[in-house]
Design a protein around this ligand. Structure first.
Ligand code: NBG
Length: 830
């Protein structure tokens, strides 16, 4: 996109690209791809050959649109959104592209008529796991919505050769296995060896006088790495717009000259080449608390250096200089990972283009917008000054100059307020000194936003309070959303069809249209159909879970699911305490009247996060006891599904009855799984945290199971002094649940295994699991009672879906376009 097409895309060429076609057409195209691209014929083709042939067939239908889109953007010199993100958690492309093409059923039929199992081919695609969780998946949903809304845009990211690790479970413990997602080929990307830029690292800076006698600085890097573009087309839903995701891969520079090395040092020369490539080798698997890793800082700079050089190149194709760069590009920084873009753009403008500081700063600030995704202090990025200086010496000088000028302004505005200066500074003066990336992002952007209303408020109240006092108008909220194409139409075709049969298909273009479904909630016939769809989805999920874990799941159970990264603040252990409590009630004489339920967990723990890994072990240990106890047979099951990722999530959302969104209030910035579950008809049990609050407002308090402390309650408890042990002492069931863990009831008598977890809960309990326990149990009891009234439950489920329109990522993108980017759609003609 926005590139000068190398061979001009003539209308004739675009016309030759395949367009809508029928079953016979798809069959023909598929056979051609299998033969001409893969050199196979059906009888000998492997599943992967057939998957690739199908992927290329579908891709061909994207390419014509892609070329037209680029050409159109190029011709109209459009203002473009550049979404910079260190993570894009795309999920498999094939099914999604078929939905967006409007060709899913036709292609399925074509493949089946050829005698192949369509689902097997779809399942063959490996997950491109280029992200950890919410933040990366959000970026992917936004690409889908940007294309669907016909917004000129491009995503820039890193083409990690190894994405998020594959999670295996051995003896109940997580084991990380390298994810070789590219091993069978990636048919969706096009490598662009000529769209490549050098990126410098290390070295030193030099001052000099330029031709006009002005003092200038140049950076002399110690080493160069080459970033090569790999482009993936991103098709919008039922439109021609096909935007681009451009992922950068690190290679040794072309001019690498073996001759210049001592002949005997051939090995050393090759080693250098390998070292260059490590930059995009692997995604750091820690989602929080990542600090001090030089390679991670290099990755961040690599991304922004490639992205900005590319943008500058494109801008200069039609503009004489960079003074209006901000009119051409709206750059969005997805968290602070790409915040170095601020310093890099300043370096390009001032050092390389000779602009004066003040106008360059103006351009930079007007270009950048910053989205914050977390309130957790340990997740706020900072880099030690010494590391920063060794990797990016010129950028450190620029950050220091930005800071000097910024603090100058603060001194004028708040004379004598040294404390405020210290708080606002881009450099934290503790120990060796730290560069605060969130501060750089705030100072260098024209807009700052949180990802749910409460999160945006808390940013202003706590984490970024001084910035909000300074520039209240810079602060916005854009509540997250998710794409209903992937997370409803693709994953839950039966529910989608039922909705369309009832109210028409308007909702697929404007999710607010789902509100027409409200009246269906009172129709008993419709409710029966709704239940039947859910039943089928539960059966599919039960089959899959059985295949993956060996646990037999009864699809008549209530399916209660918590899937997300494993983290103490998300409180999977609170969920477990409920499971143990239920178990105790069931085995006690007389049992209890709770309806049968299967509690499902899935999620990855950061490899170095031992407490999270112990929680995974505890889930397995509890499952082993509960699932093997005859007294709970038919009443309670616990399942941990390994290797949670986008692909594997897609069967979980439709099969869920109950969605667990139980973080401690004030900790989950937004959550997006909460939205995916609700769109698929699950009811939510949740705290007043993140987007749960807005979901509850939308679906109605009666249709949401609320429990737990509010943000203010939490604050008060901290001020009063929180003593988790008091809860343990006072609550019999809690006491029993914790004792069971401590006494080895789930660990074959081993009292040591879970000691760190128990001690942590009793002595510190930083996420107030014990304080919320009783309220959670009471709420779960209410869930149990509600489940017994199937008609009422179904009605609530329908109302939840009918009222989820606001949580489409289309709405989020419209908000960004209106409030932050000021960009307009550009329709791409046929
Ligand atoms: C996550 C938050 C989630 C939020 C997503 C997307 C990070 C750093 N943050 O609550 O924890 O939904 O971002 O905004 O991954």
């Amino acid at each position: 996109m926005l590139e000068k097409p190398q061979t001009p895309a003539s209308p004739a060429m675009a016309e030759r690209a395949p367009r809508e076609t029928d079953v016979e057409g798809w069959k023909r195209e598929f056979r051609e791809q299998l033969f001409y691209v893969l050199g196979r014929f059906p009888a000998t083709a492997t599943t992967n050959d057939k998957y690739l042939a199908l992927a290329y067939t579908v891709r061909n239908h994207l390419l014509g649109r892609w070329v037209k889109t680029s050409e159109s953007y190029y011709r109209k010199k459009v203002r473009t959104v550049a979404y910079l993100s260190a993570e894009f958690l795309l999920g498999p492309h094939l099914g999604n592209n078929l939905v967006n093409l409007g060709a899913y059923d036709t292609v399925k039929q074509a493949i089946e008529e050829l005698g192949f199992d369509f689902q097997t081919l779809v399942d063959q695609e490996l997950e491109p796991g280029l992200g950890h969780g919410g933040l990366g998946r959000l970026a992917a949903c936004y690409l889908d919505s940007l294309a669907t809304l016909q917004i000129p845009s491009i995503g820039h990211g890193i083409r990690y050769e190894f994405g998020m690790f594959e999670q295996q479970i051995r003896d109940g413990w997580q084991v990380e296995v390298a994810d070789k997602w590219l091993r069978l080929g990636n048919p969706w990307e096009i490598r662009r060896p000529e769209t490549a830029f050098n990126v410098g690292f290390g070295g030193h800076t030099e001052g000099y006088a330029d031709a006009s006698g002005r003092y200038r600085v140049r950076w002399v890097p110690a080493r160069l790495v080459r970033g090569v573009a790999h482009d993936t087309p991103i098709l919008g839903y039922r439109v021609n717009t096909t935007n681009m995701l451009r992922l950068w891969s690190a290679e040794a520079i072309d001019s690498f000259d073996l001759e210049s090395f001592n002949i005997g040092d051939y090995y050393g020369a090759v080693e250098k080449k390998v070292a260059s490539e490590t930059i995009s080798k692997v995604l750091y698997p820690d989602d929080t608390a990542l600090r001090g890793k030089q390679l991670r800082l290099e990755q961040q700079y690599f991304l922004v250096a490639c992205a900005l050089q590319d943008m500058v190149r494109i801008h200069l194709q039609t503009a004489p200089d960079l003074t209006r760069f901000h009119e051409k590009y709206a750059v969005q920084l997805n968290d602070t990972h790409p915040a170095l873009a601020i310093a890099e753009l300043m370096r390009i403008l001032v050092d390389e283009r000779g602009m004066h500081w003040v106008p360059a700063w103006d351009v930079t600030r007007q270009t950048m917008g910053y989205t914050n995704h977390t309130l957790l202090p340990e997740a706020l990025e900072k880099w030690s000054v010494s590391l920063f200086a060794s990797v990016l010496p010129r950028h450190l000088e620029i950050v220091q100059e930005i800071n000097r000028r910024f603090l100058e302004e603060i001194r004028v505005r708040y004379p004598g307020d040294d404390d405020r200066l210290r708080r606002l500074s881009l450099i934290e003066q503790t120990g060796e000194g730290w560069v605060r990336m969130a501060h750089l992002a705030c100072v260098g952007s024209h807009a700052i936003n949180g990802v749910a209303e409460i999160h945006s408020q808390l940013l202003k109240r706590d984490v970024l309070k001084d910035f909000s006092d300074l520039w209240p108008d810079k602060f916005h909220n854009v509540t997250n959303g998710v794409t209903p194409r992937r997370f409803l139409m693709l994953v839950n075709p039966a529910q989608a069809r039922l909705i369309t049969d009832a109210i028409g298909d308007f909702w697929t273009r404007d999710l607010e249209g789902l509100s027409a479904l409200e009246r269906m909630a009172d129709d008993p016939g419709f409710r029966a159909q709704w239940r039947a769809v859910k039943q089928k989805n539960r059966e599919a999920l039960a089959t899959e879970m059985h295949a993956k874990t060996g646990v037999v799941v009864d699809p008549d159970h209530m399916i209660d699911i918590q899937v997300k990264r494993i983290h103490e603040y998300k409180r999977q252990h609170l969920n477990l305490l409920h499971v143990i409590t239920l178990y105790h009630r069931l085995v006690r004489e007389g049992g209890c009247d709770a309806p049968p339920r299967t509690v499902v967990f899935a999620g990855k723990a950061a490899p170095g996060y031992t407490m999270a890994k112990r929680i995974i072990k505890l889930i397995h240990s509890v499952a082993e006891v509960v699932n093997n106890d005859r007294k709970t047979a038919g009443r309670l099951r616990v399942v941990f599904v390994p290797d949670y990722n986008v692909k594997h999530s897609q069967r979980m959302f439709p099969g869920a009855d109950l969605s667990e969104q139980i973080s401690l209030a004030g900790k989950e910035a937004s959550g997006t799984g909460n939205m995916k579950f609700a769109m698929n008809g699950a009811l939510t049990i949740g705290t007043l945290d993140g987007a749960n609050i807005e979901i509850r407002n939308a679906v109605g308090a009666d249709n949401f199971f609320l429990f737990g402390m509010t943000v203010d309650d939490v604050q008060r408890r901290i001020v009063q002094g929180y003593h988790p042990y008091d809860h343990y002492r006072a609550d019999e069931e809690l006491h029993a649940a914790i004792d069971a863990i401590a006494n080895g009831a789930f660990s074959h008598g081993d009292r040591e295994l879970f000691r760190p977890l128990v001690e942590n809960l009793l002595r510190a309990d930083p996420f107030m699991v014990l304080a919320d326990y009783r309220s959670y149990i009471a709420c779960q009891d209410e869930v149990g009672r509600a489940w017994r009234d199937a008609e009422h439950w179904t009605r609530t489920s329908i109302l939840n879906v009918a009222r989820m329109g606001r949580f489409s990522s289309d709405r989020s993108i419209r908000d960004y376009c209106r409030d932050i980017w000021h960009v307009e759609p550009v329709a791409i003609p046929d």
